[in-house]
Design a protein around this ligand. Structure first.
Ligand code: 26Q
Length: 826
């Protein structure tokens, strides 16, 4: 589908920028409130937020168009980030920061007797993601815009985002997040760019007029994909990139059928099925295999996005396509893109196989985010056949040619061919999506050094043997605009006053803070402490409002917030909390450092064990917080509904960042980076990006403990948790407290599933193997905490050494080694 010619004939005119002084902003705000929204000044804060968002949006438009014109210039190479998830959070504050409008807007609002912070908090979080992978996509878009790179994000406009979490009697309860119920002021619907996505039907081989083999995909059930554009502002560079989210809508065929009284109900049901595709985000952050709707979502996003790129490409020669377009696949979720690009080139563009394959493998790049074999995506061939018969045929042909190559390289190595086949044989044959992504891509990367090495040596070894140069590492990063400038404005101000501005675009400049960690900078250190104390005080208020638990802001604040997963080992943290409680009872409350322990995170609704862990945390918290002997010396809270905005309050306050996954299991982690940038010290295993954090800040300022990835694997076949319990009376006491129902007096036995798994020789996470090392590392934490100056020094050094964990550094590497885009010049 070519763009309507009228749009080519009339060039897009440049727009003039709107005035940005406080008076113009105040006027615009009132106009939106009164004349557009029909609300009066004393209305609910959510309408104030909407009016202000529109006021901002119209101030984004001129730059957005200028950026778009640059992107569309012939010869501009562009990258497309394909992701089923974008965990954006709130946008208002981010745009204000990027466009340098904080002061005039605050001024304008206070002129109307309104408080900007209050208005900002009325914005709902856009929670279109589960966790790390979705938030990474959002950080990457921020960095791409800030670095003026022509990158377009493609994603899904879910009607319901990540569920809201409530805690009832200690248990997680899920509520739907109908975030689009209120209008979403940042988006612009573009129905003129809708695409048709086909499902089902069958394929019909034939010959075209020139006698060439053709395939028609017919009798399909079609669904429309309607794009909604969201602006992505760069930091003070006038660049506005686009995040394009697709919404499913029934075709006219469905709507026409509705008038056919005979099967009215059936056709409305069919319409619903079509529109279901973008109804809800799947809330599992490890794959839930085999769900038909999920495969529909994946193909819907991928096909709509690829077709959109070809719509923009128009009738230009495909010889130049690969030089001008590159697709980054955020995990295997959009990896059907390999087959879909082939389908478009073969069936729609009529290229021959070799030409199509050459283009495809020059355009696709794949990022892996997990080493857990159970999280690798596989789809039953039978489901594929029914839903996507034409893409499946193409996958078969890719596989046939690929296996021919494997056989000629390793003659007679049948086992290797079986391992590498895109189709896993068995009673229910499956398509291996990661294999498809690897075979179809010119670049395959992991997200931290250890993870990338383990991929090459383990999971992807056969492919690494075949194409070693395809594999590379891109250690994750986070955007310092949101995670320092916005989340921690007081610390950001102190940093700017000390080393100047510039760190916002070049986080390595934070290294200039190192000298302020040395003796002789007492004034700086005392301000550093004051700011952190104020942040802790604010967080303590939030925790108290949400949970009733009282945190002493002067206590050591230890935080573990992330999805609840056995491999992340929230249980190891709980065991240690129980151990602290036990120490208080044995040795008296004065023998432990005052501590506040904060947990947060969502469990996938179907992950029973993860939900039990939440219940355990809450029960342990209840007993400890009520114990008169403990008397507040130790306080434990589970903060409900952890998400982006909560993290913006949490990471500036944390003293100790808890990153204790079983070594070799956490691909990278990115929360660890947000804490470090804000001056927390990490207690962590030798896993994921923890290793690089440790190398950046130095052993002396990081509490490292536990088995290495290799040691974990070596011990696995002969793991004897009993030995660890017998050798460690303190661990035995902790288990005893759990097993005698000390934390479950009114529900005896509810934690036996957990304790049995900890005691099992088959516990894949080997939690007890690391208990002693963890408790000892926590003793070192206490010792450092008692030396206030030494702690402050380590805290400053963590921030000072965090420059490498900016997403700008990550994106620079993606661009230098994979995308090779030129920054646009406005
Ligand atoms: C797959 C199929 C069906 C339904 C759901 C899914 C699914 C959805 C989300 C599978 C996985 C995810 C998310 C994974 C994730 O967040 N991984 C994290 O990615 C971060 C960014 O690279 C890393 O820092 C973390 O280590 C990794 O756990």
């Amino acid at each position: 589908m070519a763009e309507p010619s009228r749009q080519d004939a009339i060039p897009m005119p440049l727009m003039k920028r709107l005035e940005n002084d406080d008076e113009a902003i105040g006027r615009a705000y009132r106009r939106y409130l009164d004349y557009y929204l029909g609300r009066y000044p004393g209305c609910d804060a959510v309408y104030q937020y909407e009016a202000l968002a529109y006021t901002l949006r119209e101030r984004i438009m001129a730059d957005w168009r200028r950026t778009w014109i640059e992107h569309k210039k012939p010869g501009t190479r562009r990258a497309y980030y394909l992701s089923l998830e974008y965990l954006i959070g709130r946008s208002l504050g981010n745009h204000l920061l990027n466009m340098e409008l904080e002061d005039p807007v605050r001024e304008a609002m206070s002129g109307l007797a309104l408080d900007l912070e209050e208005i900002e908090s009325a914005e709902p979080d856009a929670g279109l993601g589960n966790g790390g992978l979705g938030r990474l996509a959002a950080c990457f878009l921020d960095s791409c815009a800030t670095m003026s790179l022509p990158v377009l994000g493609y994603g899904m406009r879910y009607e319901y985002g990540m569920f809201r979490q409530r805690i009832e009697s200690g248990c997680q309860v899920e509520d739907p997040d109908h975030w689009l119920l209120d209008v979403h002021p940042w988006e612009i619907e573009r129905p003129e760019y809708k695409q048709t996505i086909r499902f089902g039907g069958r394929t019909e081989p034939g010959r075209d007029r020139k006698g060439r083999f053709t395939v028609h995909w017919v009798d399909t059930e079609d669904v429309l994909a309607v794009p909604y554009d969201i602006p992505v502002t760069g930091y003070r560079n006038e660049v506005v990139n686009t995040l394009r989210l697709w919404a499913a809508s029934a075709t006219d065929a469905f709507n026409l059928k509705e008038f056919n009284a005979g099967d009215y109900a059936d056709s409305v049901a069919a319409k619903n099925q079509a529109e279901n595709i973008t109804m809800v985000l799947y809330p599992n952050d490890a794959s839930e295999n085999g769900k038909e709707l999920r495969l529909r979502q994946q193909y819907f996003l991928t096909s709509a996005s690829l077709q959109d790129v070809f719509r923009q490409w128009g009738e230009r020669s495909l010889d130049d396509f690969a030089a001008a377009n590159v697709f980054q696949l955020n995990d295997t979720h959009p990896s059907i893109a390999v087959a879909e690009l082939m389908r478009i080139l073969l069936d729609d563009k009529r290229l021959d196989w070799d030409a199509a394959w050459k283009i495809t493998t020059a355009c696709m790049a794949y990022t892996n985010h997990t080493l857990l074999p159970e999280a690798l995506e596989r789809w039953p061939v039978r489901l594929f056949e029914r839903l996507l018969p034409r893409p499946l045929e193409i996958i078969y042909e890719i596989n046939r040619r690929f296996l021919t190559e494997v056989r000629s390289r390793w003659p007679g190595d049948v086992a290797r061919v079986q391992r590498m086949s895109l189709i896993e044989e068995g009673p229910e044959p499956q398509v291996r999506m990661a294999w498809l992504a690897i075979v179809g891509s010119f670049s395959v990367n992991g997200v931290a050094a250890l993870h990338s090495r383990l991929l090459a040596e383990g999971l992807f070894r056969d492919f690494h043997d075949m194409w070693p140069s395809r594999f590379n590492n891109k250690t994750n990063g986070v955007t310092p605009r949101r995670w320092l400038a916005l989340a921690n404005p007081d610390l950001a101000r102190l940093i700017s006053e000390t080393i100047g501005d510039g760190w916002q675009r070049d986080l390595s400049r934070l290294a200039e803070l190192k000298r302020y960690s040395q003796p002789g900078h007492e004034a700086f250190k005392s301000r550093w402490r004051d700011i952190r104390l104020a942040n802790k005080t604010r967080l303590a208020e939030l925790v108290r409002e949400a949970t009733g638990v009282v945190f002493d802001p002067r206590a050591l604040l230890e935080v573990q917030v992330k999805r609840i997963h056995e491999y992340k080992r929230q249980l190891l943290n709980v065991l240690h909390v129980i151990h602290l409680y036990d120490r208080i009872h044995r040795d008296g409350p004065d023998t432990v450092a005052p501590r506040a322990v904060l947990f947060g995170g969502k469990a996938a609704p179907g992950y029973a064990r993860a939900k039990e862990i939440i219940k355990l945390i809450n029960n342990v918290a209840a007993v400890i917080n009520e114990d008169p002997l403990v008397n507040g010396r130790l306080a434990v809270a589970f903060l409900p509904d952890y998400g982006v905005s909560k993290m913006m309050r949490i990471c500036p306050a944390a003293d100790l960042s808890v990153q204790i996954s079983t070594a070799g299991k956490e691909a990278s982690g990115t929360g660890n980076m947000k804490f470090m940038i804000n001056g927390a010290i990490t207690i962590g295993t030798y896993d994921g990006a923890n290793i690089e954090i440790l190398e950046a800040v130095g052993e002396a300022h990081f509490f490292r403990f536990g088995l290495h990835a290799e040691e974990v694997e070596a011990m696995r076949s002969d793991y004897r948790p009993r030995d660890f319990i017998e050798a460690d009376a303190e661990l035995a006491r902790v288990l005893h407290l759990l097993e005698c129902d000390h934390f479950s007096a009114s529900e005896p036995g509810i934690f036996h599933g957990i304790t049995d798994s900890l005691r099992s020789a088959h516990d894949p996470w080997m939690t007890l193997a690391d208990f002693r090392a963890y408790a000892d590392a926590q003793r070192r934490v206490e010792a450092l905490w008692h030396d206030r100056d030494a702690w402050t020094r380590s805290s400053i050094l963590n921030t000072a050494c965090s420059g490498g964990f900016s997403a700008d550094r990550t994106i620079a590497e993606y661009n230098d080694e994979i995308w090779r885009l030129e920054p646009i010049e406005l």
